[in-house]
Design a protein around this ligand. Sequence first.
Ligand code: NAD
Ligand code: UFG
Length: 336
Amino acid sequence: MILLTGGTGYIGSHTAVKLIEQNEDIIILDNLSNSKAEVIDSIETITGKRPKFYQTDLLDIDGLEQIFKENKIDCVIHFAGLKAVGESVEKPLLYFNNNITGTIKLLMTMQKYNCKKIIFSSSATVYGTTQVMPLTENSPLGVTNPYGRTKLVIEEMLNDLHVADKEFGIVLLRYFNPIGAHKSGLIGENPNGIPNNLMPYICKVAKCELPQLNVFGNDYDTVDGTGVRDYIHVEDLAVGHVLSYNRIKTNNGIYTYNLGTGNGYSVLQVIKAFEKSNDVKINYKIAPRRAGDVATVYASTKKAEEEIGFKAQYGIEEMCRDSWNFAKTTKSYNTK
Ligand code: NAD
Ligand code: UFG
């Protein structure tokens, strides 16, 4: 049995569907702070199977214990966490408590119930800012905000745990920029309020809920001056978790993998791909650079390909098509 913390969230829900399709038994835990209980209905509609769901907070150790007592959990895929960079700068303690303390409570409960396999949602943000591209898993680490610090601290905690107990099987997955949605249009990313990230913002402009996209800077040293990122379809990301699970199902050890496509696209290239694949116009204007942004980020995908056979299948136009297919029919929350 696999426990997905944060399993009603964006990446967790897509991974839940993939695991059910591979005939794995799963359970979902989420406190619904950034997702809706109806996601469980959508997972059932897509797969024909309804996963057991616990509305539990990671900080509630009794609640965690109950889940481990009632179910024989062999592996945890740990998605749950707060993820807004700007909010983390304003409220660092909220992030340290939710993400780091929450993970410690999870790991203590896992240890108590002899569950020694975990896949952790890390982020390319752990690589810091001044880097040679592509980023390999050995590129220097460094963080620039409290959110990134929670990811780095948790990676380090998991390394220490493996030093102390070699029976642990651990995968640290460093995601690049997940976009896209399930083909059904039933699950996807639906942030509350005004989005911080590019693709949800583009979708809200396409829906005429926001007047125009601000393109943050056009004077970077890139193909057209706008920022370049490694966008990856959330469906590919979900497959990456299934492959990671296969890696540790029967093996101990700690493994770190980048999950990206290895290709970078600029903001203007993403806008063009979105317009082309969806036949809609995106109003945008060039705005000043956003603090903390870098020109270019993309992954080396070699290690994940060689060790777990991971290779992204979807291109940028499919990512744009599936993002829009979900967003255009989905109710928005609190766009101010
Ligand atoms: P998401 O917000 O959609 O999903 C996270 C889920 O965790 C939410 O459903 C939320 O309700 C839940 N949660 C948060 N704190 C909790 C707690 N204390 N107890 C129980 N549940 C809690 O985010 P996502 O995009 O699916 O991201 C999943 C993971 O991947 C996160 O850890 C995030 O930091 C990481 N990540 C995301 C991205 C990205 O761009 N989406 C990039 C790199 C890493
Ligand atoms: N951008 C705009 N306008 C917007 C939003 C974004 O021009 O309204 C630009 C950014 O300047 C950047 C690109 O679009 O060049 C992508 O920005 P996102 O905010 O979508 O993504 P980031 O690469 O900044 O950050 C994301 C996650 C982080 C994670 C990081 C690395 O938000 O949590 O990827 O994986 F750490």
